[in-house]
Unconditional design. Structure first.
Lengths: 166, 183
């Protein structure tokens, strides 16, 4: 995970530097603890007990432990894409499915790999597959993303972002 | 479908396109302290979310929040009965999941014999980050309901809801789409 200073001083990645098949620098998060999960539940007021009440999770719902929240995963993915685009690109779209559980003790790797790239309206669009794997290489959150990067010498990416027509 | 029966009834088809009330998603506008709790919980130390001087020099011109932040703003107002106490009074072994969060702007329930519900996936499209002080509004819609047959002859309904989040100027901040499998 980057520090504040690294995000403050992040150098722009340009569309020109991206190649199909390229793997983006991953984030490693964890090991996750019950306290991480509890903090997230409190922050977003998610009262589902399977995320913080271990007895309930195991003995009532038959789960292996309390579970990491899908909402946390779906917040980390746009964060990772945002950081890839800083400072002047735009993380436009992210989609994903929830496939496997995250439990305390897991160390997670957020990753993305370029599947295609194209130019539209003078902006560089990069399509990626992405996900969050646990320490056993199990994919918990497979998905796809579209980010928009500036082209060297090209136009600035507008803010607010204006999607291309068609 | 395998048994000739369809679960996509006329009643359900009529729900496609149904739009909920446009509601104010955050009660007091976006506050710095709520933002701090959120960004620390998601573990994003980006100074664009907390360093005002730095944020002034970015393309945003001021503090902003993560795009997805606006999807967590619809909370229970203090004017209603404490939903946690109420939830456990109604069901002492509540799993906590069904505890209401105000229910404002909600969509009609999908009534079907297919009662098992699974999350089929989510999408977020971000056009603009909420800025500190913004008042965020949300409006949900049943975007689609379709029926599919499983390989084992089972039936399922795929229900896709779309929610548009806007600011006080009516500008779109983000659009979320979530699909659920009813089987």
């Amino acid at each position: 995970m980057p520090t504040s200073e690294e995000l403050r001083n992040k150098k722009q990645v340009y569309y020109d530097e991206i190649e199909e098949g390229q793997e983006m620098p991953p984030y490693v998060i964890g090991p996750m603890t019950p306290t991480h999960l509890f903090r997230w539940s409190g922050a977003i007021e998610n009262w589902h007990r399977i995320h913080y009440d271990q007895d309930f999770a195991i003995y009532h719902d038959g789960l292996p432990n309390i579970l990491g929240q899908g909402s946390w995963k779906q917040s980390v993915m746009p964060q990772y894409m945002k950081d890839l685009c800083l400072p002047d690109g735009w993380a436009w779209k992210v989609s994903f499915q929830h496939r496997a559980m995250i439990v305390p003790g897991d160390t997670l790797t957020v990753w993305a790999k370029v599947t295609s790239k194209y130019v539209k309206d003078g902006m560089g669009f990069v399509e990626m597959e992405c996900g969050i794997k646990n320490q056993d290489d199990m994919e918990t959150c497979p998905g796809n993303a579209t980010i928009v990067l500036p082209i060297r010498g090209g136009r600035a990416i507008p803010y607010p972002f204006v999607p291309p027509k068609g | 479908m395998s048994c000739g029966k369809t679960f996509l009834t006329e009643e359900l088809k009529a729900l496609i396109g149904t739009t909920g009330e446009r509601v104010q998603a955050c009660l007091w506008g976006i506050e710095k302290e709520t933002l701090r709790k959120f960004t620390q919980a998601v573990m994003d130390p980006d100074p664009r979310f907390w360093d005002e001087e730095f944020a002034r020099g970015t393309k945003f011109g001021e503090l902003v929040t993560p795009g997805i932040f606006c999807t967590y703003l619809n909370k229970t107002p203090s004017s209603v009965e404490d939903p946690v106490t109420k939830g456990f009074r109604q069901n002492p072994v509540s799993d906590g999941f069904a505890i209401e969060r105000g229910g404002r702007g909600s969509l009609p329930r999908i009534r079907s014999e297919l009662v098992r519900i699974l999350n089929a996936g989510n999408e977020i499209e971000v056009l603009q980050y909420p800025h500190l002080g913004d008042v965020v509004f949300s409006q949900a819609k049943i975007a689609n309901i379709e029926e599919r047959g499983g390989r084992d002859g089972s039936h399922m309904l795929i229900v896709t809801n779309e929610t548009i989040f806007t600011n006080q100027k009516g500008e779109v901040l983000c659009i979320t789409r979530g699909s659920a499998i009813h089987r």
